[in-house]
Ligand binder design. Structure first.
Ligand code: HEM
Length: 355
């Protein structure tokens, strides 16, 4: 957003002339600093409140504002406020910040392609793969000799699920080359996807600074991560494409997307191919770390609260019994397990800042 009029500005750290809050923008663990800001500035001041009501402006409470070089940032600190601003008034406030380090201009078309295959109805189709990998995971836990292997098995299980659903790709048990590249590329995204973390998100002209110039570390990092991301996106997609061409492709999202590509001499071919390639590539990038971290939280919670673990086990024993393993059909009969899953997502939030 452009900078708010000073009198209507929601509270926030005091800006300096011209550079605004450049030096206040947190570089590491920004959510901790932002949490402090909410404690310090997040309450509405009654004068502003009256002005806001008169203007039908939702800028009261749970909001912190800062700006850098005239580029304003509004932080929203509660679900209610986020709904009020982003859902109820979405026509005015739902535009995205320009994040030159993380987003490009095709965002909406990619989003459409992705959502076609990852929405609540369609994702039920992926349950057999999820179930198979969950059971393999449970078996690996049973024979676990070294607790350090737990992390590896968690990561492997999610990687195997997403790569199979997306590309029909069977991940190697250890040191899978594709997984290693993906992890490196993901690391890049984690460091860029926070507005204001890189000056180029604030001053787009910096994009044109040459990579060797002092202060252009972001250019070199962007180049490195871009290469890794490109490999992550291309290798599995190209493999599926070759299989579609020689008739050996198995059912997966990439196969279905590639089969519906326009003819290679169609003028839309290159764009359509790029969007499908990227939409499949993002599944692993966005879906692996988030899920893995959530399961880490779950194991941590079970270790810290054994009484919860016992209660959960009692529910499974009561509903499922000991003759079979739980499956998706049991979901609605396991309210306590469902609550634990929701709490694992909430307790140690994987993605404390969204944009
Ligand atoms: C515990 C698991 C997950 C959590 C907590 C999570 C969280 C989030 C959050 C907070 C966002 C919004 C980011 C932003 O706009 O700043 C997001 C976006 C996204 N997530 Fe997830 N996610 C999870 C699993 C997944 C999985 C499994 C996939 C893919 C298979 C996925 C794919 C995506 C994609 C593609 C976006 C961008 C959507 C868009 O901008 O339209 N996520 N996720």
């Amino acid at each position: 957003m452009s900078a708010a009029h000073p009198e209507l500005r929601p509270p926030g750290p005091k800006p300096l002339p011209f550079i605004g809050n450049l030096f206040d923008v947190p570089k590491n663990n920004p959510w901790l600093v932002i949490d402090e800001w909410f404690k310090r500035y997040g309450r509405s001041n009654s004068n502003l409140y009256i002005q806001y009501i008169l203007l039908n402006f939702p800028y009261t409470g749970d909001l912190v504002y800062y700006d850098v070089f005239g580029q304003g940032y509004l932080l929203i600190g509660s679900y209610e406020k986020a709904r009020d601003i982003l859902e109820k008034r979405s026509s005015i406030y739902s535009s995205r910040p320009r994040m030159n380090m993380a987003y490009g201009p095709w965002w909406r078309r990619h989003r459409r392609a992705f959502h076609e295959h990852f929405n609540p109805t369609i994702s039920a189709r992926y349950q057999p793969v999820q179930l198979r990998e969950a059971r393999l995971f449970a078996r690996r836990l049973l024979v676990l000799e070294d607790s350090n292997e737990l992390m590896h098995h968690i990561r492997h299980s999610f990687a195997a699920t997403i790569m199979d659903v997306t590309y029909g790709y069977k991940v190697a048990e250890k040191n899978d080359p594709v997984i290693e590249i993906v992890e490196e590329a993901q690391n890049g995204f984690a460091q860029t996807a926070y507005p204001g973390r890189f000056l180029v998100d604030i001053i787009p002209l910096l994009r044109y600074i040459l990579a060797w110039m002092p202060g252009a570390k972001f250019q070199r990092l962007a180049k490195y991560w871009k290469e890794k991301t490109r490999i992550m996106i291309d290798i599995p997609y190209e493999e599926v494409k070759a299989k579609v061409e020689n008739g050996t492709a198995t059912a997966c999202i990439a196969t279905s997307m590639i089969q519906r590509l326009p003819n290679t001499n169609d003028p839309t071919y290159t764009d359509e191919d790029t969007i499908r390639r990227n939409a499949t590539g993002v599944a692993f990038g966005a879906g692996a770390d988030t899920t893995v971290s959530t399961i880490h939280t779950f194991f941590c919670a079970m270790a810290m609260y054994p009484e919860v673990q016992k209660k959960a086990q009692r529910e499974i024993d009561h509903v499922v019994g000991s003759a079979r393993l739980p499956d998706f059909g049991d979901k609605n009969s396991l309210p306590y397990i469902n609550a634990i899953i929701k709490e694992s997502l909430r307790w140690q939030n994987v993605f404390p800042l969204s944009t």
